[in-house]
Ligand binder design. Structure first.
Ligand code: ADP
Ligand code: MG
Length: 705
């Protein structure tokens, strides 16, 4: 290559590399590989021990009397014949015979029908797979294979480890390896390191270029590990750095109203609350208050299981603002919950000189305008609403605290969008996020790394235990006759179904199921429906009737999963329980057991998938929200960093949690000291550029660094 092109290897499009066909470049594109840099970043998912190629005779001897051999063998051979074995729906078998000078081997490819199109007799292929023997015939099942182009012998591995790359049909691992081999020397020379040498030495991590070399071409397992570790560290470090830059900006550049807190205020609030706060509530209120009495903007997560009493904690924070003539906002994930919060708070504040307003999307334009104007004029002290609060036209006169009741619907992005009229760009409200789904420890250090956490770890007194039972659909009549017997005793029931209206899916819908129960199992009970597509007035009317005990059985979609609080409701039936997420089931179940009577949760399902079985087992096994959050993470896997998806943060390519937890801790430590010393990351322009590229947008670092 001419000298001038040399510096651009990393930016070269893979489609322009020799031997990359249009189809292959498409297939590579599907794997996220467009440039040589992408190719180099495409790391092996694992390594196979490479035995070197052997003759068929040698393979035969190696297998000996065994039926199957676990290690992999490589054989270079010539295809003699190919025939489709059989095909049933998606399942199929292709059978081929191959030979070399020493013998014959049979090859089977299961469920890879496309293989037949790519093979032809007389083709020289290199097979890589495990040997087996069936009816005295030497075999390889589903071997990886590649055509041997004469004169282009593959010298992939100098040692004995062979990388296996994430691949697809059009771009198999061996081809990716070959491409990497091709560009590798030149590409690696262009890789610049963004970490200073001293830091690398301190952490025992290799230079970036050698890390890639070690990952792609290791000679030992330790080398592969060391390369991977460096690259995983970089991923974790960049995220931590972003989080820390943001944290520094919030704490040292931004400011929030300094509020007052005293024993006197506390007593005044206590007079309005019909119960004594639990010790845990007391503690978290103090934690919040101590944040809000400084001008450093609070960024706190309040976690507490369903029913642990977070609302009244939120009320304290809001009243701290009101006491200082500032405003407070509380955002809920659903209209129903916003309405409920509004009612609760208005009731508690009856007769006090505090103005509250409810802002949801079901207001008429006129009503909305009026409320928005009153908010801007500072005539409303406490605004409760849904995400309708986050639209452009809502501008506060003087907001001091923004609270989000997110339950398990974590979305890291939407916060702090509530704003003031003031020209002071650096003024923001304190923020508090409430959740019933605790963040597992491993995740609390990632995207949530900038949150301080308060935990309510005990329940208010007088709560009753909940029994959870899994019931097969054919036994649902027993569940409903139990519901009926409880209704006769004056108790109430929820029945949750997945849909609003029936579709072809065969799943129960709220409307139909209510009619079905009313005319069948629950004849004589008063059955009503609520769902998200109802007008909020109607829904509120039905909810009110349910609260007053005038409705016995409430058939609902998941609109009731959050916050609904009716202590006389003692049994919850969940139809098609396998359709719900673990956190969702936990939330739903939290609607019962809220009074002095024990709660029952009947999950009707016959789960078919592995995940569903695990979810249902977990929910039956424990009522501990912390345990459930951890199980949820285990079942769904770390790929679903929760909240990460909605927040648009790309999952890590190499780092894996919780496996890399120690590395994460290290990355966090290094990021913290770095930002303390150099908050704008001016010391390393390259590091800064990479940080901005990775997280500039998602973490909103644009106006920060
Ligand atoms: P969550 O944490 O799920 O939001 P809530 O704030 O809705 O819980 O509280 C659940 C119920 O417990 C409400 O009816 C509330 O009035 C009641 N409650 C909260 N704190 C206490 C307490 N310390 N003692 C008795 N009841 C309480
Ligand atoms: Mg709540």
């Amino acid at each position: 290559m001419p000298e001038t092109n040399k510096k651009n290897m990393l930016r070269t499009l893979v489609s322009t590399l020799p031997s990359v066909t249009f189809e292959r470049s498409q297939a590579l594109g599907d794997l996220g590989i467009h440039t040589v840099a992408d190719l180099i970043k495409h790391l092996p998912s694992r390594y196979e021990t490479h035995h070197g190629s052997m003759t068929i005779e040698h393979a035969d001897t190696l297998l000996g009397e065994k039926e199957r051999m676990n290690e992999l063998a490589t054989i270079e051979t010539t295809i003699v014949s190919i025939k489709p074995g059989w095909r049933r729906g998606k399942r199929s078998r292709i059978e081929a015979t191959a030979e070399d000078a020493t013998g014959t081997i049979q090859i089977n490819w299961f469920n890879q029908p496309w293989v037949a199109k790519s093979l032809h007799p007389d083709m020289r292929v290199r097979l890589h797979g495990s040997l087996s023997r069936h009816k005295n015939i030497l075999q390889m099942n589903n071997p990886r294979w590649e055509e041997i182009d004469e004169g282009d012998e593959l010298e992939l591995i100098e040692g004995d480890l062979r990388p296996v790359y994430p691949a697809n049909e059009g771009a198999p691992s061996t081809q990716i390896a070959r491409l990497i081999e091709h560009v590798y020397e030149e590409a690696i020379e262009e890789i610049e390191d963004h970490l200073p040498e001293a830091l690398r030495q301190e952490l025992f991590i290799p230079e970036l270029a050698s890390a890639y070399k070690l990952a792609h071409k290791p000679t030992t397992a330790d080398e592969a590990k060391s390369g991977r570790r460096r690259i995983a560290f970089d991923e974790l470090f960049l995220l931590q750095l972003g989080v820390m830059v943001k944290r520094h900006h919030r704490r040292d550049v931004m400011h929030a109203p300094k509020l007052k807190w005293s024993e006197e205020i506390k007593i005044r609030i206590a007079k309005r609350i019909p119960f004594t706060l639990t010790e845990a509530q007391d503690r978290v209120i103090e934690e919040i208050a101590s944040d809000m009495t400084t001008s450093t903007p609070m960024n706190r997560l309040l976690q507490g299981d369903v029913g642990s009493g977070k609302t009244v904690v939120a009320l304290h924070a809001m009243l701290m603002a009101v006491t200082c003539d500032a405003q407070a906002a509380l955002m809920a994930p659903t209209e129903l919950l916003a309405e409920q919060h509004y009612l609760t708070i208005v009731q508690l504040l009856e007769g006090a000189n505090v103005t509250c307003a409810l802002l949801t999307s079901s207001l008429t334009t006129g009503e909305r305008k009026k409320i928005v104007a009153a908010i801007a004029a500072g005539e409303i002290d406490i605004v409760i609403g849904t995400h309708a609060l986050l639209t452009q036209d809502v501008i506060f006169s003087n907001i001091a605290i923004a609270i989000t009741d997110e339950q398990h619907r974590f979305g890291v992005q939407q916060r702090a969008l509530l704003r003031n009229k003031s020209d002071d760009e650096n003024a923001i409200p304190h923020t508090l996020v409430m959740t019933a789904t605790p963040i597992p420890r491993t995740l609390s250090l990632t995207i949530f790394g900038d949150l301080d956490v308060s935990t309510i770890n005990c329940m208010p007194p007088g709560r009753s235990p909940i029994t959870t039972k899994l019931v097969q659909p054919e036994d649902s009549d027993k569940v409903y006759s139990y519901v009926k017997s409880l209704v006769k005793k004056g108790q109430q029931s929820y029945v949750v179904v997945p849909l609003v209206e029936d579709t072809e899916s065969g799943l129960k819908s709220a409307v139909d199921h209510a009619a079905f129960l009313q005319s069948g199992f629950l004849r004589g009970c008063n059955v009503e429906v609520v769902h998200g597509r109802m007008k909020s007035v109607e829904r509120e009317r039905t909810m009110q009737l349910f609260r007053e005990g005038k409705v016995d059985v409430l058939v609902a979609t998941t609109v009731i999963e959050v916050g609904v609080d009716v202590p006389n409701a003692t049994i919850m039936v969940i139809e098609h329980a396998d359709r719900f997420g673990l956190a969702q089931l936990h939330q739903l179940r939290g609607r019962v057991g809220r009074g002095s009577l024990p709660g029952v949760c009947a999950l009707i399902a016959s789960p078919t998938t592995d995940d569903a079985i695990q979810r249902l087992e977990a929910i039956v096994e424990t009522t501990d929200g912390f345990r459930i959050a951890e199980r949820d993470l285990e079942i769904r896997g770390p790929g679903e960093l929760f909240g990460a998806k909605q927040s648009g943060i790309a999952p890590f390519r190499v780092a894996r949690l919780p496996r890399d937890f120690e590395l994460l801790r290290l990355a966090r430590e290094i990021a913290t000291t770095w930002v303390q010393r150099d908050p704008l990351i001016a010391e390393s322009p390259l590091l800064k550029a990479r940080l901005m590229k990775a997280y500039g947008e998602t973490l909103g670092l644009g106006d920060v660094a």
